[in-house]
Ligand binder design. Structure first.
Ligand code: FRU
Length: 511
């Protein structure tokens, strides 16, 4: 069976490579230049130019955090995927390294090196990624692409060599109700003396999302274990980018299901990313779990990847964008950025995400106020900017409804509002600037105060509410001088126990 698949793959890939070389490569490939950096992030990971999507290979190797990303360096839109690469000693100040892997083998040349993960073993950094090949003609069984898992290894964490034995994994369609089309985004980890991988999948009818589990003694030889989890009800028809993680002693499956239907004000984005808490039985290869919950209630958050840091923390970075959404920065020669690194914890049976403590290293000039009772719309001296961090604690025993305008010029504004009667917080970007509109909301549990920690960058906001009870992430494209923050009591007075604003230093090399 494997022999036949390999033959089909070789034949198809040769045809595809010839087509690819004669069309794409015939045109001279040049990298776009960033012509205007007004929306380019100051401290979020972004490509030097060109396109990025999913986080990949988030890992720790030789005393440094490595972070890779889906990257097309030759255009501002998606193209055959490469892995871009940055490295950091502190998760915050990132240095650029050369592109780690490019599509150049029969199993990845035509479609690209799709998402995957990384792990250190015996002093080497292993990447496992999906080689994607589109078939020029579908087979009679309706197969129109070949996705395989492949390994690239590095001694120095900079130069990677793809294994001669690749692909190390073919889709095991003969081991259950497993579609031959979608088999991607491996996440590898080590547990109890063995290596494990989970890979995103769906059933043959393409109506149910699922995750396949594999095991290996050495990261190179793999065997199929099980369909470890599947969607039930409205949980999507393809599960992309699965991650297994251990958070505060619990097993967590983090996943990006496609085509979940909106439920009221929930699941409004084109695709969702979230988690299921449960128990992973490694012997049986079965994950018993609770409901699918969202990790972020904003507009732009997808394909998050986690890593277990050496100190035991489970740290997550997501793509701070969403498929199908306009990206006006494309006109400036680049597209896409990542979230800040977030630490995951479990509280009251839910995942809380908070910005990692290392972000404090970015803090510069500080402005501080306490015990403010505002009865009209108020700007506070020193509390404004297009790159900064706002922290505030609101006394809910004395405040009623209020809103906070961010990146405001009066005309342009992104509005966070709170309704006391319902406990609902809304984020509205109808007037945020170019291209984007819409509103997202979340209901908070009743409390005497609300804390907000808001990361402002040139074209993004990440709003952490009540130490991670809820998070809103959004891109936005305001004018560079829309920098005000306005506190607005909309009913009664607004009591702020404290307001702190930090200007933040740069964390990523600027174009
Ligand atoms: C998710 C995704 C992955 C795939 C990658 C391709 O955003 O579709 O499933 O590996 O993007 O760039």
């Amino acid at each position: 069976m494997k022999g036949l698949r390999e033959k089909i793959l070789s034949a198809v890939v040769i045809v595809s490579v010839v087509i690819f070389s004669s069309t794409v490569l015939a045109k001279e490939l040049t990298k776009p230049t960033v012509t205007n950096a007004h929306w380019y992030p100051s401290y979020h990971i972004a490509a030097p130019s060109g396109w990025i999507n999913d986080p990949n290979g988030f890992s720790y190797f030789n005393g440094e955090y490595h972070f890779f990303y889906q990257h097309y360096p030759y255009d501002v839109k998606w193209g055959p995927m490469h892995w871009g690469h940055v490295v950091s000693k502190d998760l915050i100040h990132w240095e650029r390294l050369p592109i780690a892997i490019a599509p150049d083998k029969i199993y990845d040349a035509s479609g690209g090196c799709f998402s995957g993960s990384a792990l250190e073993r015996d002093g080497k950094l292993y990447l496992m990624y999906t080689g994607h090949v589109d078939l020029p003609v579908p087979t009679k069984d309706g197969i129109n692409r070949i996705e395989t898992q492949n390994i690239a290894v590095s001694d120095d964490g900079i130069n990677f060599t793809k294994l001669a034995a690749n692909p190390v994994l073919y889709v095991p369609t003969d081991r259950g109700d497993i579609s031959g089309n979608d088999f991607r985004d491996p996440k590898i980890w080590f547990h109890g003396g063995k290596y494990y991988a989970v890979v995103g999948s769906r059933n043959k009818a393409e109506t149910i999302g699922q995750v396949l589990m594999f095991e290996s003694p050495d990261l190179e030889n793999w065997s199929f274990k099980s369909i470890v989890a599947r969607s039930e009800g409205n949980q999507g028809d393809m599960w992309e980018c699965p991650n297994f993680a251990e958070v505060d002693g619990r097993d967590v499956l983090i996943l990006s299901p496609m085509n979940i239907k909106a439920e009221g004000k929930k699941f409004l984005n084109l695709q969702q990313s979230g988690y299921m808490l449960g128990d992973l039985n490694y012997d049986m290869g079965i994950f018993t779990h609770g409901e699918f919950e969202m990790l972020d209630c904003g507009f732009d958050f997808y394909a998050p990847q986690v890593m277990q840091a050496p100190d035991g923390r489970c740290i997550l970075i997501g793509w701070l964008d969403m498929w199908g959404t306009p990206m006006p920065e494309q006109a400036d020669g680049w597209a896409g950025q990542m979230t800040v690194p977030r630490e995951l914890h479990i509280k009251d049976g839910k995942i809380y995400s908070t910005p990692v403590k290392e972000l404090e290293l970015l803090r510069g000039n500080k402005t501080f106020y306490e015990n403010l009772s505002l009865t009209k719309a108020t700007k506070l001296d020193g509390v404004r900017g297009d790159v900064g961090e706002l922290l505030t604690t609101i006394d809910l025993t004395q405040s009623k409804n209020f809103s906070i305008e961010l990146r405001s010029s009066g005309k342009e504004k992104t509005i966070l509002s709170y309704d006391k009667a319902t406990g609902i917080v809304k984020l509205n970007r109808d007037k945020s600037g170019e291209a984007l509109t819409g509103e997202r909301e979340v209901k908070l549990s009743p409390a005497d105060e609300m804390t907000l920690q808001i990361f402002i960058d040139r074209s993004s906001l990440e709003i952490f509410i009540n130490d991670g009870e809820a998070v809103f992430s959004t891109r936005l494209y305001p004018k560079a001088n829309s920098k005000d923050i306005i506190f607005i009591p909309t009913q009664g007075a607004l009591h702020l126990k404290q307001v702190t604003f930090y200007n933040l230093h740069a964390g990523i090399p600027q174009p």
